[in-house]
Design a protein around this ligand. Structure first.
Ligand code: CA
Length: 408
């Protein structure tokens, strides 16, 4: 029996010709040369090398040492490049040119695929916001009065967005338990995850302009999984009145793979019904295409599944978040990254943070290797996801992996 040709994928492979996520890789032979890669099954295609060999008009974009030039090129070019890539994988006339430029995933190193410009994190799950409100403010209303009128967010730290696999050093900082009168300093004792979906902006905008709901696809290049690591003890002491700061900014992990928006077309779904009338710039009732996405996330801790959050339950859509983020005239830059906020569904097993899964640490998870309220040094968290694809197929999203290491 001979090995299958790498262009022939096993039935049900999550990374087939309808997916084609983009990444950035190096090989052991040329570790200084960053190349744009396109994932296909368990292989990575050196897209720039094939483009050059076939005389593609997009060779310069695909030979760049990061995705940013391609991301800046805009929707018509993204769609043309995607169609070309699809042809390279599906038209066997190209097989002799394509095959030598396929690298086994196990033979390459994956890198942060784009230079992150600004980073924004939202708070778009009603279930998550309600749970957190109940845990952090047990005597007040779970949702703040603005929550259903605008997508709440904050600007995070772009420089500490790291690629999957980067160790997460336990942050140090101030924490003050409720029964103490003064804060103490030390390593966080309540280190947590937030399972999120990130949206990567390609096409920039001019300062003083806004992006309407209908222009979402013109500006957003693709989607990635994201873990917003969170130190709950640092966060609880610092967050009033200006929001998250050092409890979040020590690390945000993203997948090495950016899923192009069209790969998720079959996953588009209507968001939950709105409970209050929305201002016109956020009102998506009249939009031609539904703004939600049916992404099925899985969170594992040391190999054990602890949650399966459904992205389809998110109250606010990525298009609404982009519209809100720019409605004041703030401009977009190529490489802007904005995240959905923790994805939590209505069921207990659908909560995307340990804070919720253990109800503030009061109900530890019982795992085969011990109890967990929050993360311990050496713990490994992996986020993965799939979405419905065309014709009953599944579209996989690149996983995001991180292991907690001891405070420096
Ligand atoms: Ca978050």
């Amino acid at each position: 029996m001979t090995d299958a040709h790498p262009l022939d994928l096993p039935e049900g492979d999550l990374f087939g010709p309808d997916n084609l996520p983009y990444g950035l890789f190096t090989t052991a032979e040329t570790p200084e040369r960053h190349r744009i890669g396109v994932r296909y099954g368990a292989h990575v295609l050196d897209a720039g090398a094939v483009a050059a060999a076939l005389g593609s008009e997009h060779t310069a974009l695909l030979q760049a040492p990061a995705l940013n030039p391609l991301m800046a090129a805009g929707r018509p070019v993204w769609d043309a490049v995607r169609a070309e890539l699809r042809g390279w994988f599906t038209d066997r006339a190209h097989a002799a040119v394509v095959t030598p430029h396929l690298w086994s995933l196990s033979a390459v190193t994956l890198h942060l695929p784009f230079a992150v410009a600004d980073y924004v994190d939202f708070y778009a799950s009603e279930h998550h916001a309600t749970n957190v409100g109940r845990i952090f403010r047990p005597d007040g209303d779970a949702l703040t009065p603005n929550w259903k009128h605008l997508p709440i967010g904050y600007h995070g730290r772009a420089g500490t967005v790291v690629v999957s696999g980067t160790p997460v050093v336990r942050p140090q900082g101030q924490r003050k338990p409720r029964d103490e009168t003064v804060p103490a300093f030390g390593p966080s004792r309540r280190l947590d995850i937030e399972a999120e979906v990130g949206f990567v902006v390609g096409t920039p905008t001019q300062l003083g302009t806004s992006v309407p709901l209908s222009a979402f696809r013109d500006h957003v290049f693709g989607v990635t999984l994201l873990n917003d690591w969170s130190a709950r003890d640092i966060q609880a002491w610092e967050y009033v009145p200006l929001g998250p700061f050092l409890g979040k900014s020590f690390a945000t992990s993203v997948s090495p793979w950016i899923t192009p928006l069209p790969a998720l077309d079959a996953a588009r779904t209507a968001p939950p019904a709105r409970d209050v009338p929305l201002l016109p710039y956020l009102d998506d009732a009249g939009e031609a295409e539904p703004g939600g996405l049916d992404l099925r996330l899985t969170v594992t801790l040391n190999g054990h599944t602890v949650a399966e959050p459904p992205f389809s339950a998110m109250y606010w859509t990525a298009a609404q978040q982009l519209a809100h983020m720019t409605v004041n005239g703030a401009s977009l830059r190529t490489g802007d990254l904005y995240a959905s906020g923790t994805v939590s569904g209505p069921e207990p097993g659908q909560r995307g943070s340990l804070l919720e899964l253990t109800w503030g640490g009061s109900e530890p998870l019982e795992l085969p290797d011990g109890k967990r309220a929050f993360l311990e040094d050496g713990d490994e968290v992996v986020l993965s996801a799939w979405a419905p694809g065309p014709g009953g197929t599944r579209i996989g999203m690149g996983e995001v992996r991180g292991t907690v290491s001891h405070s420096a």
